[in-house]
Design a protein around this ligand. Sequence first.
Ligand code: GUN
Length: 318
Amino acid sequence: MLTLLRHLTSLGHYGGRRSVATVISGNQTSKMLRERLKKEVDHLRTAKVVPGLLVLQVGNREDSNLYISSKLKAAAEVGIEASHVRLPNTVTQEELLRTIASVNEDPSVHGLIVQLPLDCIHRVDVEKITDAVSPLKDVDGLSCVNAGKLSRGELNNCFLPCTPNGCMELIRQTGVSVAGKHAVVIGRSKIVGAPMHDLLLWNHATVTTCHSKTSDIPRQVATADILVVGAGRAEMVRGDWLKEGCVVIDCGINYITDKSKPSGKRVVGDVHYASAYQRAGFITPVPGGVGPMTVAMLMQNTVLSARRVLADVSGASL
Ligand code: GUN
């Protein structure tokens, strides 16, 4: 089910490259996934299990509000019962931990995520918060238990973090096999870069992870068959860094000034799209690439968690 658009250039048949990159649509791929999940949820509901997701937010960041509303919309679409709890930015770590503990105990909630970053006036240890979420409900895959299992390659025994899992699905859509390839990841955050490294590794790529102290990132990028960028820097990766024909997955969401837009700004990724498009074999757009996949994978993890509950009560295997 390849949902890719092929764009041919008018370059001649002799010598030069004939094609620019194929665009990997996260919008289309996530739509197919949501349709499949809706069927699964219908099935769960007939077995009297209603998948439940709770999104816990601290404060009122504008970007978080946007992300949360797209999660709630996707949940409604697939039939997941989603609720949004917003705590004031004056909440203390203890209060936050108590809230998480009570959601852990609530059998109607199969998935709990704490939206990051926390918008909080008090000092809160984010690790303590993500670790307080029950590993059985940690549909963000950010707890030490789930991250540890992923790092050991126990991919079928944990929740995979949503953005890297979405990236893997987009790579699958290209038909390019990961095994034996050289993959380069830019960024080592707990939410994108580090788990992306693990997922590629356990799908049998040879993986190089670049970060702020890597001495020559363009040199590493030039060797990548598969490149995943989660650097948080607008248009950092230039097309002329790339190995011709490589797969480029761009996790960046950055706003840059654009006076031609009514809002005065425009969203771009961590990859300079126009130049990378000329050189890559496959590329994800921003927006409409990784973003919608993150949301779809959150839905998938929530359904998986509800299925596990059903399997536990009925003794069925998944
Ligand atoms: N903030 C930005 N992306 C994410 C995500 O995938 N999960 C959570 N919890 N917070 C985020």
